[in-house]
Design a binder for this molecule. Structure first.
Ligand SMILES: Cc1ncc(COP(=O)(O)O)c(C=O)c1O
Length: 454
């Protein structure tokens, strides 16, 4: 890899060239497209983003859980270059090509369950979710879809309706698609009856929601992120998801697992559903699957996916050959380098550090959670009071950025600090990134205590 794997602070962050580009951005790009950290990247690889001012930042975000195999990963680069020189597009619905079929074969092999499967490919996660709902409605002949509090499924009209959080995703973008119902999420840290009671009570609340507000016979699908992403890396308590899956099966309701953020090695297994042996009827994937190229999929039971009439699914670019070549190379990398194991190793590195932080700041670190290389701390202002502290999350984020560490926040209350490093990151960068994060956290809290910053 040509990019040195070291953090370099060559200028202030953002540097002068980035600031120039940001001024051009503001004059040319819609204000609706936000920027977490306005450093303009010119090269990236392993665990490093190099900006136009010569700064090298440690990447703890992976472009929101996409560059699992690393940026410009060697196999992906080689496969894309080869494919782009051969042909760039025919439209799979017009004259097909092998790469699309090979990706669907790989999806059948890797997604949960050993039943017969079929897939369809799309361009973005939101598009995959839309199509999963289309297929579920078509197959069952039912209209309603049940989703959960804190869910995030995308920004198109239907997926906005499926997403829980108003600001910034839904605010004044309605009216939204209908026949979407929301059940409480099994969120142990904030469950009113306490974490111990969460699995049981949340299951009862879910069943009651479907029964009273929807009617089981009207419900096409239950759509869930097995670990919620944008909503705050919420991990439901053990046993809850398998019970939901079993109940759906009994009712003839399809279970759609949205594994767009959790899928493809991120959580320490191929899919988050695998941790509890849950086998959904349909799975949506995107993000990490294709090493940074836009590709998404719906994979499901053959009889469900094949129930759709010919021509009912598709799109001009869905399963573009270059994106498919990238996906095959990314998946080969995950297999060859055993990236699920790498995600578990990253968890083993992070957790003691995050627990140490919680011990130093018991009133500020409310919860530590996640799985594999998808980990988070939920920040509060008053320990057991659990009052969300988005200002603390924002201040730590700013302090990390200034020191050359790219981080992300999330959560319904904006108070969750999340970690999504590329699985290609080296141990030294991982440790250094954690040093930067911890120092930033300690400094911000110390500054708040002495009334200087906050
Ligand atoms: C769980 C989940 N579903 C759907 C989406 C939407 O994917 P996209 O941004 O590719 O449309 C995301 C994106 O963050 C996601 O995390």
């Amino acid at each position: 890899m040509s990019l040195s794997q070291e953090r370099i602070l060559a200028t202030e962050i953002p540097g002068p060239r980035s600031q120039e580009l940001q001024a051009r951005k503001l004059a040319a790009v819609s204000a609706g497209v936000g920027t977490t950290l306005p450093v303009y990247v010119e090269q990236a690889g392993g665990g490093i983003l190099r900006d136009v001012d010569g700064n090298q930042l440690i990447d703890f975000g992976s472009g929101i859980a996409v560059t699992t195999v690393g940026n410009a990963a060697p196999r992906v680069v080689e496969a894309v270059q080869r494919q782009v020189a051969d042909f760039t597009h025919t439209c799979f619905m017009v004259t097909p090509y092998e790469e699309y079929v090979a990706v669907c074969e790989k999806l059948a092999e890797l997604t949960p369950g050993d039943h017969e499967k079929r897939s369809a490919l799309f361009n973005s996660g939101a598009e995959a979710v839309e199509n999963a709902v289309k297929v579920a409605r078509h197959h069952t002949g039912r209209d309603a879809v049940v989703v959960f509090d804190h869910a995030y499924h995308g920004r198109t009209n239907l997926t906005m309706a499926l997403t829980a959080k108003n600001m910034p995703y839904k605010h004044r973008f309605g009216p939204f698609a209908g026949e979407v119902y929301r059940a409480p999420m099994a969120y142990p840290y904030r469950w009113p009856g306490g974490a111990e009671a969460c699995a049981e009570e949340a299951f009862d609340a879910f069943v009651a929601t479907v029964h009273t507000q929807v009617g089981e016979a009207n419900c096409a699908a239950v759509l869930i992120e097995p670990i919620q992403g944008e909503g705050g890396f919420i991990v439901p308590p053990p046993g809850w998801l398998p019970r939901v899956a079993e109940w759906c099966r009994e009712q003839g309701i399809l279970l759609i697992a949205d594994e767009i953020q959790t899928g493809f090695a991120r959580t320490g297994d191929w899919f988050a559903c695998d941790h509890e042996g849950v086998v959904p009827d349909l799975v949506t994937t995107a993000k990490g699957m294709a090493g940074g190229l836009p590709l998404a999929a719906v994979t499901g039971r053959a009889e469900v996916m094949d129930s759709v009439h010919v021509g009912g699914l598709g799109g001009t670019y869905g399963g573009n050959p270059v994106a498919c070549a990238a996906a095959l190379a990314a998946i080969e990398t995950m297999e060859a380098e055993d990236l699920p194991a790498r995600a578990r190793a990253i968890e083993a590195t992070f957790l003691p550090r995050l627990r140490g932080l919680a011990e130093r700041h018991p009133d500020r670190v409310g919860d530590i959670r996640g799985r594999g290389a998808m980990l988070a701390v939920e920040l509060v202002s008053d320990g057991p009071g659990r009052t969300p502290d988005p200002a603390l999350a924002a201040a730590v984020h700013r302090a990390c950025s200034a020191q050359g560490l790219v981080t992300l926040t999330c959560g319904t209350f904006g108070n969750v600090f999340r970690f999504l490093p590329p699985l290609a990151i080296g141990d030294d960068l991982l440790a250094e990134g954690l040093d930067v994060f911890e120092a930033a956290f300690d400094e911000v809290v110390a500054g708040q205590l002495s009334g200087k910053v906050g």
